[in-house]
Ligand binder design. Structure first.
Ligand SMILES: C[S@@+](CC[C@H](N)C(=O)[O-])C[C@H]1O[C@@H](n2cnc3c(N)ncnc32)[C@H](O)[C@@H]1O
Length: 214
């Protein structure tokens, strides 16, 4: 099991301030990036945190916890929010558990270990902000479920929709990625033509789609 970023003796007695949480998230982001653990890219995470800060959501859902860097960052931007986050890889789930505890926000986080496809079927209460950052081949399949789970005025953010340039053709197509590319193209087209949603495409880095439910 990976070590948490900080030892338990550093757990603050009082709840962390937004600035402390943001600093923790930034350190974890740097550490994840250096270690090659997938995490939101620099400008993408700033864009997401800024949308969350303006929205001030009460309930956030994340598909793809990794080690918790995005989750801690999102909670630093949303002082009143709780986070429900799903991760399939046990090692990452456990690392995230340590990181949420070390950041002092374990009580604001519900971590689910398993396949998001199954976890989504169990969700009943809606969310104000959803970060879709899990299996790229399932974005199209997850879209109608996530749309139903979103409150009116809520935002669904889907990361990595350009999939390393394969979607635009900037990077030559590889057969092994065929199913993911087809799913992402379907997702992008559905998102851009769905009249129930307002769609904004943040085309920097690996591409982020931001959908606001009307
Ligand atoms: C891009 S990473 C998430 C990064 C994280 N949101 C961050 O910014 O720090 C995608 C994560 O989704 C997880 N994942 C992949 N397939 C999944 C599935 N079917 N259900 C839940 N999690 C899944 C992977 O194990 C991986 O940790």
């Amino acid at each position: 099991m990976k070590q948490a970023l900080h030892s338990q003796s550093e757990i603050p007695l009082a709840p962390p301030t937004q600035a402390q949480l943001r600093a923790f998230a930034d350190r974890l982001y740097e550490e994840n990036t250096a270690r090659g653990v997938e995490t939101l890219r620099k400008r993408t995470r700033e864009e997401i945190f800024s949308v969350i800060s303006a929205l001030n959501p009460a309930r956030i859902l994340e598909i793809g916890t990794a080690e918790g860097a995005s989750g801690i960052g999102m909670l630093s931007a949303a002082p009143n929010a709780t986070l429900t986050t799903v991760e399939l890889c046990e090692e990452r789930f456990l690392a995230a558990k340590n990181n949420f505890r070390a950041a002092g926000i374990a009580s604001r986080v519900t971590q689910l270990f398993g396949d998001a496809r199954e976890a989504l079927l169990m969700m009943e209460r809606p969310f104000d902000f959803i970060l879709l950052d899990g299996p790229k081949g399932m974005y199209a399949e997850f879209y109608p479920i996530l749309k139903n789970l979103l409150t009116p005025g809520g935002v669904l953010a889907a990361d990595d929709v350009l999939f390393h340039g394969y979607i635009t053709g900037e990077t030559p197509y590889r057969t092994k990625h065929g199913a993911i590319i087809r799913s992402l193209r379907t997702f992008i087209e559905t998102a851009q033509t769905d009249t129930d949603m307002t769609c904004r495409f943040f085309e920097e880095e690996d591409g982020l789609i931001l959908l606001t439910k009307k």
